[in-house]
Write a new protein. Structure first.
Length: 153
């Protein structure tokens, strides 16, 4: 039986790092498309190496099987995840991403001579939170600090 090398799996991790180092703000969809291409390439490599890929995939156990074994059979308990404020991070990421994309568009407009200013063109963006009942709009940061921002509730 020929000996198979599975170093290729490390290459997927490496590939993710390479892609993200080129563009740390690559949208998840784009990244997963790139990885799907990598996976297809890896399947071709494995098939060429004589691996029956479908059999190999059948040999992997799923996350839920492992979890059931740990919790039901071995009685292990997982510590609950610590509470985290993901919401502010999400807004910050969106903000950074949108500003980055807008900056690209501004650079392009400047190169085409369609937009100019005395200095460099800079994009900025601010999220606002609006109450649908009274129509009051407040910048996200202020709304978060105030924990509420209109009197109509
Ligand atoms: Zn209101």
């Amino acid at each position: 039986m020929p000996e198979h090398r599975f170093d290729e799996f490390d290459e997927i991790d490496t590939q993710i790092l390479v892609i993200l180092s080129e563009n740390p703000r690559m949208p998840y969809q784009k990244l997963s498309r790139r990885l799907a291409d990598e996976a297809a390439e890896m399947r071709r490599l494995l098939v060429r190496g004589g691996v029956i890929v479908d059999d190999l995939l059948d040999d992997f156990v799923s996350y839920s099987v492992v979890r059931t074994h740990l919790t039901e059979c071995l009685g292990e308990r997982r510590d609950p995840s610590p509470a985290c404020d993901w919401e502010e991070d999400r807004i910050d990421q969106l903000d950074a991403y949108a500003v980055d994309e807008a900056a690209d568009a501004l650079r392009s407009l400047a190169n085409k001579g369609k937009l100019s200013a005395g200095g460099e063109l800079q994009a900025s963006l601010s999220f606002e939170v609006t109450c649908s009942a009274c129509g009051v709009s407040v910048p996200f940061d202020e709304a978060l600090q105030a924990e509420g921002f209109c009197d109509c509730s």
